[in-house]
Design a protein around this ligand. Structure first.
Ligand SMILES: Nc1ncnc2c1ncn2[C@@H]1O[C@H](COP(=O)(O)OP(=O)(O)O)[C@@H](O)[C@H]1O
Ligand SMILES: [Mg+2]
Length: 357
C-alpha cells in the first residue's frame, strides 16, 4: 500500500447555531486518510460524524459554521500533484471541482440521493456526461459495467427501471455505483447500511471492501456500529461528543483499546457466541449546548478521575499509529486495565479470527 496522505484533517471544529446558543459539534478533530486505505469513523448518534464529513464537503447546513481547521486534499491533475485546503474553498468551487468528481459521498438513505422521476441509467450516466463529456453511448456501457461491479446482474434491464422498482439494498448499490461513476479519489460513506437489514449490511460492506481493492479508491466509512467495521477497516477513529477519543489501526482498536469508551463499544458488540442480553453503555451522549469544559464522557465513565471534571484529556500517544484521549494514560494516573470480561471476549475474537470462523 502506498502510504502517502490523500486527506489530512487538522484541528477541525464545527459549531451549530441553535435556539439555545452555539453547539460545538466537532471539537479539534485530527485525522489522516492514506491513499488506498479504508478508515472508519465510529461513534454513537450525535457524536459529530456527519458534521465532520459535511464540513469537508462544503455541505454543512446554513446554521453550521467551521470555527477552525484545515482539510488538505492531495490529488493529481493533468499528471501534476495538487494540494488544496477544502475548508478554504467556496461551496461553489467544491461543487464544481471536488464534489462527486474527486470526492463522492454515499448517505444513509439511498432515496434522498436518487431522483424518483429519473431512470437508474440516466442517473448513472449523468455525471460522466456532464463532468467528463463522455459520449452518451459510452457512458451507458460504462454504467452497465458499474452496475455489474456492484453486484447487479441484470444491469441492462435495471438501467431502465425507476428507483421505486428496486429493493432498498439494490438502491444503495446503485447509489454506490453512481458515486464511483466519476472515478473519485475518495469515497465517503455516511452510515450507508443503517437502513438495511443485517445480511444486506454485510454484503454492502464486503462490496465496498471489494471495490476498494479493485479501484484503489480511498474510503472514509462512517458508522455507529463498531462491529460492522471489523471486517473492512484498516484504521479506526472513535468519536465521542465531537472529539476523536481513540484512534488506531483496526488491530489496535479491536485488540488493544485503551479508552473506557472504546471498551464500552467493544463490550456492546454482538458476537457469534453472544447469548442473553447485550451490554449497553450506561447513560446517553451529552448535550453539548452550554459545554463548559472537562471530559464530556466523565458522567458515563466508571473509571473517571477528578481531573476529568475540570480538564478534557489531551491525546496521549501510545504507538506511532495509536492515540487515546483519556487521563488514564497520564503517568500519574492509577493503573487501570480493561474489564476482565472484555479481555476474555477479545481473546475469543482473536481466536475466531485466527481460525477464520
Ligand atoms: N443542522 C443542525 N443544527 C443544529 N444542531 C445540529 C445540526 N446538525 C447536527 N447538529 C448537532 O451536532 C451534533 C453532531 O451531529 P452529527 O454530526 O449529525 O452526529 P452523528 O452524525 O455522529 O450522529 C449533535 O449534537 C447534533 O444534534
Ligand atoms: Mg450522522
Amino acid at each position: 500500500m502506498n502510504s502517502s496522505k490523500i486527506l489530512e484533517i487538522k484541528n477541525l471544529s464545527v459549531t451549530f447555531r441553535t435556539s439555545v446558543g452555539e453547539v460545538p459539534a466537532v471539537r479539534g478533530l485530527d485525522l489522516d486518510l492514506k491513499k488506498g486505505e479504508i478508515i472508519a469513523i465510529v461513534g454513537e448518534s450525535g457524536s459529530g460524524k456527519s458534521a465532520t464529513a459535511r464540513a469537508i464537503m462544503g455541505l454543512l447546513e446554513n446554521n453550521g459554521k467551521i470555527k477552525s481547521g484545515m482539510a488538505n486534499f492531495t490529488y493529481s491533475r493533468n499528471g501534476e500533484t495538487v494540494c488544496c485546503d477544502l475548508l478554504s474553498l467556496s461551496r461553489k468551487e467544491i461543487r464544481k471541482h471536488i464534489n462527486g468528481r474527486r470526492i463522492a459521498m454515499v448517505f444513509q438513505d439511498p432515496m434522498t440521493s436518487l431522483d424518483p422521476t429519473m431512470t437508474i441509467g440516466k442517473q448513472l450516466t449523468e455525471g460522466m456526461v456532464i463532468h467528463y463529456k463522455t459520449p452518451k453511448k459510452e457512458a451507458w456501457r460504462k454504467a452497465s459495467e458499474l452496475l455489474e461491479m456492484v453486484g447487479i446482474h441484470d444491469a441492462e434491464k435495471r438501467m431502465k427501471n425507476y428507483p421505486h422498482q428496486l429493493s432498498g439494498g439494490m438502491r444503495q448499490r446503485v447509489v454506490i455505483a453512481i458515486a464511483l461513476s466519476c472515478n473519485p479519489d475518495i469515497l465517503i460513506c455516511d452510515e450507508p447500511t443503517t437502513a438495511l437489514d443485517v445480511t444486506i449490511q454485510a454484503k454492502i460492506l464486503d462490496l465496498i471492501a471489494g471495490l476498494q481493492r479493485k479501484t484503489g479508491v480511498s474510503v472514509i466509512y462512517i458508522t455507529h456500529d463498531l462491529g460492522v467495521v471489523a471486517r473492512v477497516a484498516d484504521y479506526v477513529a472513535v468519536m465521542y461528543a465531537g472529539r476523536i477519543v481513540e484512534k488506531g489501526t483496526a488491530n489496535e482498536i479491536f485488540y488493544h483499546a485503551r479508552h473506557p469508551y472504546t471498551w464500552g463499544l467493544l463490550s456492546a458488540m454482538p458476537s457469534l457466541d453472544s447469548s442473553g442480553d447485550l451490554y449497553v453503555i450506561p447513560g446517553s451522549p451529552p448535550d453539548l449546548s452550554g459545554y463548559k469544559g472537562g471530559d464530556p464522557f466523565a458522567d458515563r465513565n466508571a473509571y473517571a478521575l477528578n481531573i476529568d471534571r475540570r480538564i478534557d484529556p489531551p491525546m496521549f500517544r501510545i504507538t506511532e499509529t495509536h492515540y487515546a484521549a483519556t487521563w488514564l494514560l497520564d503517568p500519574r494516573a492509577p493503573k487501570v486495565s480493561m474489564p476482565a470480561e472484555l479481555e476474555v471476549r477479545i481473546k475469543h475474537m482473536r481466536k475466531e479470527e485466527e481460525y477464520g470462523i
